[in-house]
Design a protein around this ligand. Structure first.
Ligand code: BTN
Length: 256
C-alpha cells in the first residue's frame, strides 16, 4: 500500500495503488479514457510486469524493491512543440530529491535519464496526448532503482548501491518527497520561469561541455555538448560546426 501525505497542492494527493500491473503508464492511460482524473493523480505498482522504456525498450524492476509510477498532468500551457520543457522540469524534480542522497555525481543524461557517473539510476517515459496545437494530457512514467542491488546490466545502479542505508530506503517516504520536488518544478514551469529551468538543466547535464564520442546514422564523431534547443534537440559542436539532434538521432558512445 502507498499511504503518503506529501506537502503538495495536487501532485500525489490522489493515488491509485495496484499490487501488480503490466505498465503504470498504460494504467494511467486507461484512467484518462475511462474517468476524468484530477491533475496530479499518481498510479503506482509494486510489481510492474511489462514496464516500457524509451526507444521501445523494456523497463525491468524487481518486485517491491523500487519505485515504478506514473503521474497524470494536464500541461495545457504548453504547445506540442514545447513538450521538452516538461521533460526538463520532471528531470529536475527528480534530481532535487535524489541529489541530497547521492551527491554531486548525479546527472541527467539527455534527454532525461537519471545517471550516477556512467550508470543509470532511473528513467522517465513521458507520453503526451495532443489536442490541436496543445497538450491535453501528459503521462509521466518514472522508474527509479531504489533498494535493488543486483541487475542484469553493469550500466544499471540503484540508490542502495550508491548511498547504502542499513535498513534500505523507505519507498513511500521517497515517493512523498518526489511528489513535492516534482510539483515545485512543475509549478516553476507553469509560472513561466523557463530560463531558470533551462539553466538548471544544463548545470546537471551529463557530459555537458566535455569532448566525447557520439554516433549518428552509423557514423562516429567526437564532439562537445553545448546546449539543448527549445524543442529539445541536443546541440553538439563537431569540428567547429553546431549540429542538432532529435531523440532518436544520436547515441552516446562509451569512452574506453
Ligand atoms: C527509460 O529509461 O527508457 C524510461 C523508463 C521508464 C520506466 C517507467 S516505470 C513506470 C512507468 N511505466 C512504464 O511502463 N514505464 C515507466
Amino acid at each position: 500500500m502507498y499511504k503518503i501525505y506529501p506537502k503538495t497542492l495536487f501532485l500525489g494527493q490522489k493515488i491509485q495503488y495496484l499490487p501488480s500491473c503490466q505498465s503504470t503508464n498504460d494504467e494511467a492511460s486507461a484512467l484518462i479514457v475511462q474517468t476524468d482524473p484530477a491533475e496530479g493523480t499518481l498510479v503506482i505498482t509494486d510489481n510492474q510486469t511489462a514496464g516500457r522504456g524509451q526507444r521501445g525498450n523494456q523497463w525491468e524492476a524487481q518486485s517491491g524493491q523500487n519505485l515504478t509510477f506514473s503521474l497524470i498532468l494536464k500541461p495545457s500551457f504548453l504547445t506540442a512543440t514545447e513538450q521538452f520543457w516538461l521533460n526538463m522540469a520532471i528531470s529536475l524534480g527528480i534530481y532535487d530529491t535524489l541529489q541530497p542522497l547521492v551527491g554531486n555525481s548525479l546527472r541527467i543524461k539527455w534527454p532525461n535519464d537519471i545517471y550516477v557517473g556512467d550508470q543509470k539510476l532511473g528513467g522517465i517515459l513521458i507520453e503526451n496526448t495532443l489536442h490541436g496545437y496543445g497538450i491535453a494530457w501528459s503521462i509521466v512514467g518514472i522508474g527509479l532503482n531504489v533498494n535493488q542491488t543486483e541487475f542484469g546490466y553493469q550500466t544499471a545502479t540503484s540508490l542502495q548501491l550508491q548511498a547504502p542505508l542499513p535498513n534500505t530506503y523507505d519507498l513511500p517516504g521517497l515517493l512523498s518527497r518526489l511528489c513535492e520536488t516534482l510539483e515545485q518544478r512543475y509549478l516553476q514551469l507553469r509560472s513561466g520561469n523557463r530560463d531558470t529551468l533551462k539553466i538548471n538543466y544544463l548545470q546537471i547535464l551529463y557530459r555537458f561541455q566535455e569532448e566525447h564520442g557520439f554516433e549518428s546514422e552509423g557514423h562516429f564523431f567526437r564532439g562537445i555538448i553545448i546546449g539543448v534547443d527549445d524543442t529539445g534537440r541536443l546541440a553538439i559542436a563537431d569540428d567547429g560546426k553546431v549540429r542538432y539532434f532529435g531523440f532518436k538521432e544520436v547515441s552516446f558512445v562509451w569512452d574506453v
